[in-house]
Write a protein that binds this ligand. Structure first.
Ligand code: ADP
Length: 303
């Protein structure tokens, strides 16, 4: 088991990418993709592994929030994380792009591999990690800027300024938003509906061509029609990206995800900690779960 300074280093991968970015207005994502592919230790007969977690424990201060999580997440699939509130779903998904680094008391042990590279290795730049592994949050959080500038912000920051109009259009098309907003790109994003704002946030994430999109309860603030639009969009996005979604909505997991991880709360010796109970194909989790706790949860007997 390792703490946040594992012996394995992902530095060469990250360094190579930085060089390619500084050398060209548009980052050489193609060469990066080759590195990623070669670094992968995939089950090539079936799926390519994107994330491979081994015995991951997450602590906030002295409190063990979620324990012994081991799972693999596969490329171009939607993986759902379900379970009762407080069992560590968000903690795990936020650990996948080092979003928890800003929490002073956060500590992770175990191995969190991304295409075979330890995300928590010395020398890995969290900003680079978040560029490749984008995140969409529960509440849409557009910047108080125009629709165009929301999308163009990150590419500008990263020096991806060539063909910016085209990049903005592609991102909006990718998020199924272009036709709705193409005539008002210079108007404030805050004037959009909640569902449009959430798709804008997805467009903002994909504008910098990530590899993975993490979605932390992306529909919980949306009405059913906007929720359906996001679910449809996820089916399109998975052709190009790998998606991980935290959802409190079991039906949503059943509708959208190829694989589902069920987390629960384990209470022993007065201590509560999140545990990964079962991880499998979604159909199996919902129709033939191996663990009684999963069965109780998906049949509504608990939680
Ligand atoms: P879920 O997403 O399943 O609702 P979380 O990952 O949000 O669960 O929380 C898991 C546990 O970690 C909870 O006990 C929660 O209180 C705790 N926790 C989450 N974030 C923090 C934080 N920033 N600081 C301290 N404890 C936290």
């Amino acid at each position: 088991m390792s703490d946040r300074t594992p012996t394995r280093s992902a530095e060469p991968l990250m360094e190579e990418e930085k060089q390619s970015e500084t050398g060209a207005a548009t980052p050489a994502l193609g060469s990066l993709a080759i590195d990623v592919h070669e670094a992968s230790h995939a089950d090539t007969t079936t799926h390519e592994t994107v994330f491979d977690l081994h015995d991951v424990n997450v602590y906030y201060g002295q409190t063990l929030a979620v324990a012994d999580v081991s799972l693999e997440i596969y490329k171009n699939q939607i993986t759902a994380m379900i379970g009762p509130s407080g069992c560590g779903k968000s903690t795990i998904v936020r650990s996948l792009n080092r979003m928890n680094d800003s929490v002073g008391s956060f500590r992770l042990t175990g191995e969190c591999l991304y295409h075979g590279n330890d995300l928590y290795a010395t020398g890995v730049d969290p900003v680079e990690v978040r560029r490749r592994i984008g995140m969409v949050f529960q509440r849409p959080n557009p910047f108080p800027k125009s629709i165009y500038d929301n999308i163009a912000w990150a590419p500008r920051m990263l020096g991806m300024k060539a063909n910016l109009d085209e990049r903005v259009e592609q991102a909006l098309r990718g998020a199924s938003l272009w036709d709705e907003v193409k005539d008002r790109l210079k108007t404030s994003a805050l004037g959009m509906s909640g569902g449009q704002q959430q798709r804008l946030c997805i467009a903002r994430s994909i504008a910098i061509e990530p590899d993975v999109l993490l979605l932390d309860e992306p529909c919980s603030a949306l009405d059913p029609i906007s929720t359906a639009a996001i679910e449809d969009l996820m089916q399109v996005l998975k052709k190009q990206y790998t998606l991980v979604i935290v959802t409190h909505n079991m039906q949503q997991a059943a509708r959208v995800a190829e694989r589902t991880a069920f987390f629960s709360l384990d209470v022993s010796n007065g201590q509560r900690k999140g545990v990964l109970v079962e991880y499998d194909e979604t159909t199996k989790i919902f129709t033939r779960p191996a663990d009684k706790r999963t069965e109780d949860y998906v049949t509504g007997r608990f939680g």
